[in-house]
Design a binder for this molecule. Structure first.
Ligand SMILES: [Zn+2]
Length: 420
């Protein structure tokens, strides 16, 4: 057996063990605290809310554990099990030109992965979210979303696949540098097109009508010297009662998007503070930092792929006897995550640092107490657990654990906030 085969299987197994171990820790920790509301939350969260959040977290972890097992089995079946090789053999038999054959190979495997993931998506939407009262997706909306998603995947995934395969076939041994540049251009194009072309395929975006709230938001934007093109309300309630707010777009074309579900559950001061937090990610340059880090990571990825794709053993060790450019891309996409998951805690810690910084910014330019109130309301509405396992949270969570985050915000709000 080739050393890479053994390393791949061990890495996959190690990842699975860590995922299951952390999920079990999370379940145990959340269940142990099911009847104890953490200090400082008693006024806003009832015993029933707290128990519901615990049950929801545990139910999601149980599905997550099953899915981790299932995903590992699929990765194994496609690589060492010969799935990629079989699909490659089938599309090659047609005798079409190389780039077309390669594109079909990639799309065939992507389609298989999409179909394989469908049972879990259906279960989450119509069983799990339904049971806890969050689901508002009708079967018709779900079906339409799937069709739209497949069509967009076919256009974007097919275009990108064909482009990269063409570069691999024509740009010589340093193709990976050209491929990386094409990947960056594609990322920028999708970032530009997302709010304009893609998001409106799924949701309706209407300009914010509430004049008083709009005035409040404009005052905040002026205070922070921030220019946004428009403020929109999105019909998030079409699919789920979970609320959210986000920024989108680049440069002068930035837009603010509120889910209608968020606007209906928070008061004006709370909405302003949530917006101030989101704005901070722009003002503190978190978004450009992430883009640059993403570009650097993908450059390393392309360089590694450039080298691996020339090694005969890379294909043979991962279950593909006949080498091809499409197989190199597929093996890279499926096998590399088995090794790179070890850096995910670093990325999560980096993100949590940004969250604390954005909270401090919101405290300076808006109001820390309103933000704390808004977050507690959102934790409650979304049934987010207030008592995550510390290790689980450190490994995965992009946001700080609720008690630590709220405690900091209350400290920032100063002694006035502590007065009754
Ligand atoms: Zn944030």
């Amino acid at each position: 057996m080739h050393p890479l085969t053994i390393a791949f299987m061990l890495a996959l197994l190690a990842h699975l063990c860590v995922q299951l171990w952390l999920a079990r820790r999370q379940v145990a920790h959340v269940e142990a605290h099911r009847t104890t509301i953490p200090a400082g939350f008693e006024a806003a969260v009832t015993a029933a809310d707290h128990a519901k959040a615990a049950d929801y977290s545990v139910a999601r972890q149980r599905v997550g554990m099953l899915e981790a097992l299932y995903d590992s089995a699929i990765v194994l079946a496609l690589t060492l099990g010969g799935g990629i090789a079989l699909i490659g053999h089938t599309v090659t038999a047609a005798g079409w030109p190389g780039v077309l054959t390669g594109t079909l190979h990639l799309l065939g495997v992507f389609a298989l992965l999409a179909v394989a993931g469908l049972p879990f998506t259906i279960y989450r939407t119509f069983v799990l979210e339904q049971r806890f009262g969050f689901n508002r997706t009708s079967p018709a909306t779900f079906f339409a979303d799937q069709l739209k998603g497949w069509a967009i995947g076919l256009v974007l995934g097919g275009g990108l696949s064909a482009g990269v395969l063409w570069i691999m076939a024509t740009a010589g041994s340093s193709w990976w540098l050209v491929g990386w540049a094409a990947w960056l251009a594609f990322t920028l194009l999708v970032t530009w097109a997302w709010p304009r072309v893609i998001a409106p395929i799924f949701n309706r975006f209407a300009p914010l009508q509430d004049a008083a709230l709009r005035e409040r938001i404009d005052a905040l934007l002026a205070r922070c010297d921030f220019h946004a093109k428009a403020v929109y309300v999105m019909d998030g309630s079409k699919r789920s009662s979970h609320g959210n707010a986000y920024f989108t777009g680049l440069g002068r074309e930035k837009r603010i998007v509120f889910f209608d579900t968020l606007l209906s559950s928070l008061g004006p001061a709370q909405i302003e503070s949530v917006l101030a937090h989101e704005l901070a990610h722009f003002k503190l340059k978190h978004i450009p930092q992430r883009l640059v880090a993403g570009a650097a990571i993908s450059l390393v990825g392309f360089a590694l792929l450039g080298w691996l794709s020339r090694q005969e053993w890379f294909y043979a060790a991962l279950g593909v006897p006949v080498r091809s450019d499409a197989a190199a891309l597929l093996l890279f996409l499926l096998a590399v995550p088995a090794f790179t998951w070890v850096v995910s805690p670093l990325l999560a810690a980096w993100s949590r640092r940004h969250e604390y910084q954005a909270d401090e910014f919101a405290a300076r330019h808006s109001d820390a107490r309103s933000l704390a109130e808004a977050l507690v309301k959102l934790y409650k509405d979304n049934a987010a657990t207030l008592t995550p396992d510390p290790l689980y949270s450190a490994f995965y969570d992009s946001h700080p654990p609720p008690p630590a985050r709220i405690e900091r915000l209350r400290a920032l709000a100063g002694p006035a906030a502590a007065a009754p």
